[in-house]
Design a protein around this ligand. Structure first.
Ligand code: GLA
Length: 671
C-alpha cells in the first residue's frame, strides 16, 4: 500500500461521518463578478447546502503569468463562502494547465490514439507520463496547499478532476513510450521474460531489448493481448502515481482535511480501487440521463426510461465507489437538469433530482453536491443546467434540493449502510483482459456486470460491490460475472468463507500474462469446481441458444462454452448444436455458468442462487427499486406507472406514501 495510506484522515472525522445527508454545490467564482459572490453564498446556505466545491479549473486565474500568483480572487471567494457558513472543498487545478505552461513545455501534451497531439483549447490537455507535468503539478499543488492548507474554511480537497474524462488516460507520446519501457523493465527484469509473457515467438514479434518495444498504436493487426494489457496496467499506474504525489503534498501541508477525487460513472480505464487506497473518501459524478443514452439498455427501454434513467446504473456506481472508498463515498457532481455532452440531452422528469439524491443516501453516500450553482451562459457548457438559470432565477433542481433539505429533518440521524448478504466482484484487470480479447463483437463486460447487478436489484436485494482484495466475511453469496484473472488470495478467501459462489463464463480463463492457463480454464478455479473448458464460442444474438434450467426453457446469449465436468449439471443446452451440453454446473458451494444468459434466464438464475444461499427476495419489482440504510428502507419509482409498495405492516412511513408515483420516493422505518 502507498505511503499515504497510513496518513489518511481519521475516518471518524465529522466531515466523513455526518449524522445526516449533507448537501453541496459546485461553484465557479472565477466565472462571475465578485459582487455576486456574497448573495450566492447566502442563497446556498438558505437552500440548506453545507459544502461548496471550487477551484478545479482555476490555474490560469491564480497564476496568470509564470510564477506570478494572484490569490486575491481565491482568497476572497473562500472567505465569502466560509463566512456564510459553507465548508469549502478546494480542487487542485491540474485538470486545466494554463496556455503559457503548454507553450513553454509542449512535452506536457498527450498524444491520442490517432497519433495526433491533443492540444490546448479545452481541458485535460496533459500526459500522465510527462516528467515536466509531474513537476508542474507538484508545484501548483504545493502553492495551493501552502496558501490554503490550514485555512479554517477549507475542509476537504479534491485532486484534479475526473481522471479519464475525454478519454485521456491513454497517451501515445514520446514521454509515455519512454516511461512504458522503464515500466516494462521494472516488471519483467529481462527482455526474455517479456518475450515469454508476450508470446513474441508468435508472428516473429521478438524483442532484443526494452528500447525496441513501442506503444501498442497503429499496429497492422491487433497487438499481443499481453502488450495491450501491460500498456493499460502501465497507464493505470501512471494515474495512481500522479494522484499520489498530490495526496502526499496535501497530507503534509493540510492535515485533518479529507482528500477525494471525483471519478466517472463506471470508467474502467484505470484501477479505481488502487487509486482510492490513497483517498479518504471516493466521490463520483452522477449523470443518469447521459448514462442512459450512452448506456447498455435496448432502445425500447431507453425510450421508456428516457426521463428517469437506467434504474440500476447509478446504484451500481454508488456501490462500486462505496467499496473503493472503503465505505466512504460522496457525489461530487449530481446532474440537475439537461447536460450538453451526451448523444441526446433530455431533461429529467420533475422529481428525479430529489430521487437521485435520496438514492445516493440510501446507497451509503454521505454528501451530494450538485453540478453546478448557476448555468454559465458562455463557453462549452452553456447548455448545461445548474440549480439556477444564467439570470440567477431558480431552476427545477433548486426547488427539489430545497425539498430534500427539508425532508432530511424528518429522518433519524446516524444511520449507516450495513453489509449486504450478496457481494458482486468487480475486477479491473479482468475487464482489461476481456477488452483486449473480446472474442466476439457483442461481448461487453461492463454490461454483463451491470446486467447481473440489475437482476438482483429487481428482486429487492441489496448488493455490495467488492474487489479481489476485499474481505468476504459475512457474505452468503458471492457473484463473479467475469473474473477472468482470479488471484490466489481471493481464491483462498473464497474457500475460507461460507459463501455460495457463482462464476460467470470466462472466469479463470486467463493467467496474469494473458495466456490460457495450464490444464485449460478455469485454471486456479479448478480448486473450487471440477470443470475443464474445452471449447469457447461467441454468438451473434442473445437468442442464439436455448437452455433447459429446472423445468423451464430460456434463451441463452452471445457466449457459449463447452466443458467437461464431474459436477452436477443444473441446466443444459437444448438447441441443435450439441444438445444436452452443460450450461450450468455446480457442487454444494460453487456454480459455474457456461453461457451469457438472456434477461429472463438471468432473473431465474439469480432467484435460484438466492434460494441456494438462503437469501430472501421479492418478486420482480419492475421499475421500482429498494435500498436499505440501517433501519430505513427507501423505495424509488423509475417507471411511468404508480405502484403500491410492499411496505411491512410494522413499518412507519417517514417520507412519501405507500402508493408510489413515477419519479417518487418513499422512505420508511422498521419499527
Ligand atoms: C464532468 C466534469 C464537470 C462538467 C460535467 C458536465 O462531470 O467533472 O467539469 O464538465 O462533467 O456534465
Amino acid at each position: 500500500m502507498s505511503s499515504t495510506v497510513q496518513s489518511r484522515v481519521d475516518a471518524t472525522s465529522t466531515d466523513l461521518t455526518p449524522a445526516m445527508l449533507e448537501l453541496g454545490v459546485c461553484y465557479y467564482p472565477e466565472q462571475w463578478p465578485r459582487e455576486k459572490w456574497p448573495e450566492d453564498a447566502a442563497r446556498m446556505v438558505e437552500l440548506g447546502l453545507d459544502w461548496v466545491r471550487i477551484g478545479e479549473f482555476s490555474w490560469s486565474a491564480v497564476e496568470p503569468e509564470p510564477g506570478q500568483f494572484d490569490w486575491s480572487f481565491m482568497d476572497e471567494a473562500i472567505d465569502v463562502l466560509g463566512k456564510a457558513g459553507l465548508k469549502v472543498i478546494l480542487g487542485t487545478p491540474t485538470a486545466a494547465p494554463p496556455k503559457w505552461l503548454i507553450d513553454r513545455h509542449p512535452d506536457i501534451l498527450a498524444v491520442g490514439p490517432d497519433g495526433h497531439v491533443r492540444r490546448f483549447g479545452a481541458r485535460r490537455h496533459y500526459c500522465f507520463s510527462s516528467r515536466t507535468y509531474f513537476r508542474e503539478a507538484a508545484r501548483i499543488t504545493r502553492a495551493f496547499v501552502e496558501r490554503y492548507g490550514h485555512h479554517p474554511f477549507v475542509r476537504a480537497w479534491q485532486t484534479d478532476n475526473e481522471y479519464g474524462d475525454h478519454d485521456t488516460i491513454y497517451s501515445y507520446s514520446a514521454e509515455a513510450e519512454r516511461a512504458f519501457r522503464l515500466w516494462l523493465e521494472n516488471r519483467y527484469g529481462t527482455i526474455d521474460a517479456l518475450n515469454e509473457a508476450w508470446g513474441t515467438r508468435f508472428w516473429s514479434m521478438r524483442y532484443r531489448h526494452f528500447d525496441e518495444v513501442d506503444l501498442p498504436l497503429h499496429v497492422v493487426e491487433e497487438p499481443s493481448p499481453t502488450h495491450l494489457v501491460d500498456f493499460v496496467r502501465f497507464s493505470s499506474d501512471q494515474v495512481v502515481q500522479f494522484n499520489r504525489q498530490q495526496v502526499e503534498i496535501i497530507r503534509a501541508g493540510s492535515p485533518g482535511r479529507p482528500v477525494t477525487h471525483n471519478f466517472m460513472s463506471h470508467n474502467i480505464d484505470f484501477d479505481h480501487f488502487k487509486l482510492s487506497e490513497d483517498l479518504d473518501v471516493a466521490s463520483w459524478d452522477v449523470y443518469p440521463m447521459g448514462g442512459l443514452i450512452n448506456g447498455r439498455l435496448p432502445d425500447e427501454e431507453k425510450a421508456r426510461l428516457l426521463r428517469t434513467g437506467d434504474p440500476d446504473q447509478v446504484a451500481f456506481n454508488h456501490d462500486l465507489y462505496r467499496a473503493a472508498g472503503r465505505g466512504r463515498v460522496w457525489v461530487m457532481e449530481q446532474q440537475p437538469g439537461p447536460v450538453n455532452w451526451a448523444a441526446h440531452n433530455q431533461a429529467p422528469a420533475d422529481g428525479m433530482v430529489r430521487l437521485w439524491t435520496w438514492l445516493a443516501y440510501a446507497h451509503g453516500v454521505d454528501m451530494v453536491a450538485y453540478f453546478r450553482w448557476r448555468q454559465a451562459p458562455f463557453a462549452q457548457e452553456q447548455f448545461h443546467a445548474g440549480l439556477l438559470l444564467p439570470d440567477s432565477t431558480p431552476d427545477q433542481a433548486f426547488h427539489e434540493t430545497a425539498t430534500v433539505a427539508a425532508e432530511r429533518e424528518r429522518l433519524p440521524k446516524n444511520r449507516q449502510r450495513e453489509r449486504a448478504k450478496v457481494a458482486l466482484v468487480m475486477d479491473y484487470e479482468s475487464r482489461w483482459a476481456s477488452r483486449a480479447l473480446p472474442q466476439g463483437r457483442t461481448y461487453q463486460a461492463s454490461a454483463i456486470c451491470l446486467d447481473w447487478y440489475a437482476a438482483l436489484s429487481r428482486h429487492g436485494v441489496d448488493i455490495d460491490i467488492v474487489s479481489q482484495e476485499s474481505d468476504l466475511e459475512g457474505y452468503a453469496l458471492v457473484i463473479c460475472p467475469d473474473l477472468l484473472i482470479p488471484n490466489t488470495g481471493f481464491i483462498e478467501r473464497l474457500k475460507a468463507s461460507q459463501a455460495k459462489v457463482l462464476f460467470g463464463p470466462r472466469s479463470g480463463s486467463k493467467t496474469p500474462d494473458m495466456h490460457i492457463p495450464d490444464g485449460l480454464p478455469p485454471g486456479p478455479l479448478r480448486d473450487l469446481i471440477d470443470i475443464r473448458v474445452t471449447r469457447v464460442e461467441s454468438l451473434p444474438s442473445p437468442e442464439s441458444e436455448t437452455v433447459l434450467h429446472g423445468n423451464r426453457s430460456f434463451a441463452a446469449g452471445t457466449w457459449r462454452e463447452t466443458i467437461e465436468t464431474g459436477e452436477s449439471v443444473l441446466a443444459t443446452f437444448t438447441g441443435a448444436y450439441r444438445p444436452g451440453s452443460p450450461a450450468l454446473v455446480g457442487n454444494a458451494g460453487v456454480r459455474y455458468l457456461t453461457a451469457l444468459p438472456s434477461r429472463e434466464w438471468l432473473d431465474a438464475l439469480m432467484r435460484d442462487c438466492l434460494d441456494w444461499a438462503g437469501i430472501s427476495w421479492l418478486p420482480d419489482l419492475g421499475d421500482i427499486r429498494l435500498a436499505r440504510r440501517g433501519d430505513l428502507t427507501f423505495a424509488f419509482n423509475f417507471g411511468t406507472e404508480a405502484k403500491e409498495l410492499p411496505i411491512p405492516a410494522n413499518a412507519g412511513i417517514l417520507v412519501g406514501e405507500s402508493y408510489l408515483e413515477p419519479a417518487g420516493v418513499t422512505i420508511w422505518r422498521h419499527i
